[in-house]
Design a protein around this ligand. Structure first.
Ligand SMILES: [Zn+2]
Length: 201
């Protein structure tokens, strides 16, 4: 397994990870969040990524999704080689609550996951469901975000025995709270849950 580049700070506690392979998350948070790491095309501070995500999410310009996915691809391939991921990984978009999805007409994470799948041939799985409505994370201070997302997701499918990586796809991760809440759906499973996002902290 290749070593992802060193992230400047842990996406959850904002400390600098000590070990290079801890993609985006320090060792301590890795354990508490149930995430092996978070890879993203780049920081949310990048005007290109921020604007791309905004166009996709709020303006419905789904065509930008393929471009974001191609920027995410090199980072995704740091998790494992492509032929391994094709056989042993699934792309799992973070679901919206049904009422939000109706309002928006689409789920931007699903659109991104489909674009990634088109590039990589890693299958998409849509069996992660949002069972509870939550406040928009971007309007909450970081210390309330984990509580807001707690118990929000349930995996209603079954993983094939060969699956070793669940790749949670989301547009943005700034506090890791959403990804961590989703990762809880695989608590006790012996594979790895990763966050794969367009923009991260
Ligand atoms: Zn941390």
């Amino acid at each position: 397994m290749k070593t992802p580049p060193r992230a400047t700070t842990c996406v959850s506690c904002q400390k600098v990870p000590r070990v290079r392979k801890q993609a985006g998350i320090c060792g301590k948070c890795r354990k508490s969040l149930g995430l092996a790491g978070i890879v993203g095309a780049g920081p949310y501070g990048s005007p290109l990524l921020r604007r791309g995500v905004h166009w996709l999410k709020f303006k419905g310009v789904t065509g930008v999704s393929d471009d974001l996915a191609s920027l995410m691809l090199p980072k995704l391939l740091m998790i494992a080689p492509i032929n391994t991921l094709q056989r042993q990984a699934i792309l799992m978009p973070i679901p919206l609550h049904i009422s939000r999805q109706r309002q928006r007409g689409f789920n931007q994470s699903e659109v991104l996951a489909e674009s990634l799948s088109g590039l990589t041939k890693i299958p998409v799985n849509l069996d992660l469901v949002r069972v509870r409505k939550t406040w928009s994370q971007s309007r909450l201070p970081h210390d309330l975000r984990a509580k807001n997302m707690s118990g929000a997701f349930r995996f209603e499918g079954r993983l094939a025995p060969e699956v070793k990586w669940v790749l949670l796809v989301d547009d943005v991760s700034t506090s890791a709270a959403t990804l961590a809440a989703a990762a809880k759906a695989w608590e006790g499973w012996d594979g790895q849950v990763w966050g794969v996002v367009a923009a991260r902290r």
